[in-house]
Design a protein around this ligand. Sequence first.
Ligand SMILES: C[S@@+](CC[C@H](N)C(=O)[O-])C[C@H]1O[C@@H](n2cnc3c(N)ncnc32)[C@H](O)[C@@H]1O
Length: 221
Amino acid sequence: MTHSFDKDYWDKIWQGDRATAMAAGDPNPHLVQEVNDLTPGTAIDAGCGAGTEAIWLAARGWRVTGADIAADALACARERATAYGVDGHVQFVEADLSTWTPHEQYDLVTTHYSHPSIPQLEFYDRLATWVAPGGTLFIVGHLHPANHGAADGEGHLDGHGHRNTEQPPAEASATAAAITARLDPAVWDIQSANESHRTMSAPDGRETTIHDVVVRATRRN
Ligand SMILES: C[S@@+](CC[C@H](N)C(=O)[O-])C[C@H]1O[C@@H](n2cnc3c(N)ncnc32)[C@H](O)[C@@H]1O
């Protein structure tokens, strides 16, 4: 890896054509499948990018905060929320989630492929502290290469079909076992912890397999 996933890196990503490509995608299928049985309340999408999942949640009655380090991503997200008519139900906050702490806890804390410059599992530790008692932690991340074996340089699609030229590096990924091992069983009820693979077509027409790790847990207290 020749860069760190710091603000400069993400600002450059979002100043390119990526915002447009990400905005064209559907909400994350894992979120769509898993969240349907939850009663809407407050939610935060950590590393919300162009806001696709935050907007989807807001349209389903959640009061949503979308947080991201990249101002250009958030500008796109705000425009889209207005266009979808949900801007009264979602606010977008520019924040470095490796240090920022919200003033409240949420009924749903979710993240999709967000990988900041701090270790991935420490990032998930931080998100876990933001979940209110009885609330849900829902993590969708890049699966660690040791558990899917895709070669570096094969390329991957992000969650909205935008092609990246390199596999996410190991430090930006995780396994289900590594994530659940950090969730104290006295505090967390783990509903599901899965490693899965799906094929997605990029705008360039090529198909790529996306390797996901998906963990859902409820905070008991
Ligand atoms: C791969 S993109 C995923 C975006 C979106 N969740 C999606 O699924 O399309 C990762 C996102 O995390 C954001 N991000 C990375 N590091 C961050 C940090 N330290 N604080 C807040 N957001 C961060 C990036 O700006 C980017 O929007």
